[in-house]
Ligand binder design. Sequence first.
Ligand code: SAM
Length: 401
Amino acid sequence: MSATLQIQIEKMIYGGDGLARHEGQVVMAPYVLPGETVTVALEPSRKGLLRGRVQGVDTPAAERQTAACPLFARCGGCHYQQAPYQLQLAWKRDILREVLRRVGKIEAPDDIPTLSGEPWRYRNRIQLHAAGGRLGFLEPGSRALCPARACPIASPRLNQALADLSEMARAPRWPPFLRSLELFTNETAVQLNVLDTGRPLARHFFDWCAERLPGASEPLEYPTRDFCFRVGGRSFFQVNRFLLDALVDAALADAQGRHALDLYAGVGLFSLPLARRFPRVTAVESTRSAAQDLAFNAARAGLPVDVRQASVETFLAELPQAPDFVLADPPRAGLGKRAVRRLVELKTPLLVIVACDPATLARDLALLAAGGYRIDSLTLVDLFPQTYHLETIARLRWTGA
Ligand SMILES: C[S@@+](CC[C@H](N)C(=O)[O-])C[C@H]1O[C@@H](n2cnc3c(N)ncnc32)[C@H](O)[C@@H]1O
């Protein structure tokens, strides 16, 4: 039997947990609120950190609320349903400040404006897992299946598809070796991407899906306020269907000049609006399918985007002249030293980073600040309500070393 402890939660930290101290040691626990006293059963310690599973909330915080989803805490997808939405946003601003200070020694501006939208039914993409004739999500920190027939953060069309696929998974025709798949939707059509199978799936499985999931489509056409994006099965697209326009508008505010770079461009979510403002836009994307979608999307919109299928690092190393504006939207790993070093040499007047990991953002910002960029503003964009994930737009100006 594992040891139990009673702890009082001080604050929330990045990753979804609350943090407490017990006899000088940090103890972390999920699904809690600051100020609460909870009893936890300690889990086997990883990297010397103590983490507990909550057995009981002894003194609940006044703000504690009942989770909307009956699978909350059993499914690994959400972390914050115990808290009202405005409190989740306040936690994220505090966590962003704390990570920037701890990792990058950076003091965030006093005001962190926040963009948020509908906190439920927002996801246009979900990953599903299958086992034993059942479909669902994964348990927290585990590969074990949490069977689910509905998800309150997924869009209505995805919930419909999840219900249809759950029926199909119970049928003898369902391939037992199909372990995970992904659904992506524009609320009309659904794109089904098989992620993990033990062996190739027969054609009749896809015919069956097309029959049972009306509107099955590959690639998917995704409309935004100003454009339509073709998104192939292997191409990235933002998952929050309510905040696409707000994200683009906030990232591109004050972008002007002759030449803009869109680094880590995906299918062109930022490149196309940039091409309406700048006479010259160069978009850099390493994945072949996304770069092809981007070229198609720009041509269809009649916008001249110079698409380079290349790694950002290689592209920047060969770029002879500084552009007027750079938008960089890297994956979780962030920009990294090579790209940052080159951006420092280029002295771009305005650099906007759209970041999904505050720790790698903090590391990149510290290097950029040391190289002569000043942080003008930070905006929190809550693309992932009910979860600990947070998106930040950092606007930096070159002020000289
Ligand atoms: C977070 S997504 C952003 C995509 C796009 N800006 C959007 O908002 O839809 C990051 C993109 O960068 C691409 N990528 C990852 N590493 C890269 C690299 N080193 N060089 C160029 N592209 C990269 C990925 O394929 C992905 O499309």
